[in-house]
Structures are given as structure tokens and as C-alpha cells.
Write a protein that binds this ligand. Structure first.
Ligand SMILES: Nc1ncnc2c1ncn2[C@@H]1O[C@H](COP(=O)(O)OP(=O)(O)OP(=O)(O)O)[C@@H](O)[C@H]1O
Length: 278
């Protein structure tokens, strides 16, 4: 099985701004890994390096042992903003990558229809993007990214613009498709519960410059179901991640807020010397 992402000692600078500093992580073949961290900590930058859109200024990123130097059809990318072609029908959008790869008409139509069926979108294959809701557009975006059979999906806040109900449905659809297609996924989110529900492992980044602060295994069995979100294991890992994030968000805002900004928060040193903010 392919799809092994390795990021070693990655650094990215934009002029004087150090966006990412010495980040090492990996996504094993078929694994679902999320990255969470305070705003501006370099999550999107990291993902853009793996996608091949942004060059690294230090370190190395590889997919199945091959150094990443630019974008490729081995990596599907989904952003928060739906990047569908408005002048193409849903099916034509999904077929686009396959057409670029030179696949014949009937074959690509068949492939697109199979995937649209899996995502519950077959009745809408002839609709245009502006006739769809946000959740449906994002489903089409995911299906389109999956159409060229990438080994890896890179997803930057893909459900960030959706309402809570639609988001839950999308999470379930994504896990179903991920399990069926045996993909490796690198997923960025601000939503800690979403990260826990979807992932095998979660990396927490520090405030800028972004480094890895913690790596947390999610001890929930598969397949995941909505009722697991009220389990003790879920609650414990949620508490742990919330503390890690809260600490970093405060650090990110610290300079602006000064000591007065921490008034009203109870700060103490918890287990393993970790500073906890209550
Ligand atoms: N192309 C660019 N040119 C200059 N600075 C950039 C560029 N891209 C990102 N940055 C800076 O790098 C830092 C990290 O940005 P990035 O978008 O990766 O963070 P993020 O964690 O994804 O943020 P958010 O959670 O708010 O989306 C920020 O300070 C940002 O302003």
C-alpha cells in the first residue's frame, strides 16, 4: 500500500516571517492524520508544501520516498473554498482531472458516476455548482479530488464554511470514502472534535513559528460512530487537546494582551509539567 508522507525538519520562511520551523511528522499509508493549532501557526503552509504549491526553505518532504518538488496527481487537494468550475456540470467537474490524464469519454463518465454515487450525488450529476448547497459543493470538490485515484488527500479546513449539521454528515461521508478507498489523509481543522472523530493521530502545532507541540493517538475503534463522541475515551482526549490548544492560543495572543489578558484564567502546572489554563 502506498501513500507514505514524510516531513523532516521542515522550515518555511516568507521574508522575515518564519511560518514553519523544524517540523517533522509522517502519515503512514492508509492513515488519517489531523493537524490542529492556533490561527497563523503555519498549518496551511505545511499542507501547501506537501501539496507542492509552496517551496520549503529547509528540510525535506517526500511521498513514498520520492522528494516532493511540485504538485502531482498522486495528491488530491481540497480547500475550504469550493474551487469548482462554475461553467461545468457536477459530472464534468469530476471528470476534469481524468480528461487531463487522457482517459476516454465513456470510461471517465463511468468513473465519475461511480464516485458521485458513493457520495450520494448521482441525482445531481447534471446540475451546475450554483444550483447546489455549500455541503453539496464541498462533496463534489472531494469527489473531484478523489477521481484521479490519488494515494493521498490533503484537506485544508474543508468543512470550515459549513453549518454544524452538514459538517457532521460530511465527516461521516469522508470517513466512509476514506475507508473504502484506503487513502492517506492529512487534514487541517480548527475543530478539535472533528479532528478526534476523524483521525488516527492528531498533531498539535505551537503558535508561530509553527513547531510540533504534541502528537496524540486517538484511542477510538473503527468504524467511528456519532455515539462515540460521548464516550469517556473521547472526552478524555478532547480535554487533553483543548488544554494544549488553549495554551498555544494564549501564547499566540500573549504579546498583544499582556498579563492583563490572562485575568479570569486559572493557570496552573498540570501532569507532566504541562501548563494548563482553566
Ligand atoms: N504567501 C505568504 N507570504 C507571506 N506570509 C505568509 C504567506 N503565507 C503565509 N504567510 C504567513 O505565515 C504564517 C502562517 O500562515 P498559515 O496560513 O500557514 O497559518 P495557519 O495556521 O494555516 O492559519 P489559519 O489557521 O488562520 O488558517 C502567518 O503569519 C502568515 O501570515
Amino acid at each position: 500500500m502506498n501513500g507514505h508522507i514524510e516531513v523532516k525538519d521542515l522550515g518555511v520562511r516568507f521574508g522575515d516571517v518564519v511560518a514553519v520551523d523544524g517540523v517533522s511528522l509522517d502519515v503512514k499509508p492508509g492513515e488519517f492524520v489531523s493537524i490542529i493549532g492556533p490561527s497563523g501557526c503555519g498549518k496551511s503552509t505545511l499542507l501547501n508544501v506537501v501539496a507542492g504549491f509552496t517551496p520549503a526553505t529547509q528540510g525535506e518532504t517526500s511521498l513514498d520516498g520520492v522528494r516532493i518538488t511540485g504538485p502531482g496527481s498522486d495528491r488530491g487537494v481540497v480547500f475550504q473554498q469550493y474551487s469548482l468550475f462554475p461553467w461545468m456540470s457536477v459530472r464534468k467537474n469530476v471528470e476534469f482531472g481524468l480528461r487531463m490524464q487522457g482517459m476516454g469519454r465513456s470510461q471517465r463518465e463511468g468513473a465519475a458516476r461511480t464516485l458521485l454515487g458513493l457520495a450520494g450525488l448521482l441525482p445531481f450529476e447534471n446540475h451546475y455548482p450554483d444550483q447546489l448547497s455549500g455541503g453539496m459543493k464541498q462533496r463534489v470538490g472531494i469527489v473531484r479530488a478523489l477521481a484521479t485515484s490519488p494515494q493521498v488527500m490533503l484537506m485544508d479546513e474543508p468543512f470550515g464554511a459549513l453549518d454544524a449539521q452538514t459538517r457532521v454528515v460530511m465527516q461521516q461521508i469522508l470517513t466512509n470514502m476514506w475507508q473504502r478507498m484506503k487513502l492517506s489523509v492529512l487534514f487541517i481543522t480548527h475543530d478539535i472534535e472533528e479532528a478526534i472523530f476523524l483521525s488516527d493521530r492528531v498533531f498539535v502545532m505551537t503558535a508561530r513559528p509553527g513547531r510540533i507541540k504534541a502528537e496524540v493517538e486517538i484511542p477510538l475503534p473503527r468504524p467511528r460512530t456519532a455515539d462515540m463522541m460521548s464516550s469517556t475515551a473521547f472526552t478524555q482526549v478532547l480535554h487533553k487537546l483543548r488544554n494544549l490548544i488553549r495554551e498555544e492560543s494564549l501564547a499566540a495572543m500573549g504579546d498583544e494582551l499582556g498579563d492583563h489578558g490572562l485575568e479570569g484564567f486559572d493557570v496552573h502546572v498540570g501532569e507532566q509539567g504541562m501548563r494548563e489554563v482553566v
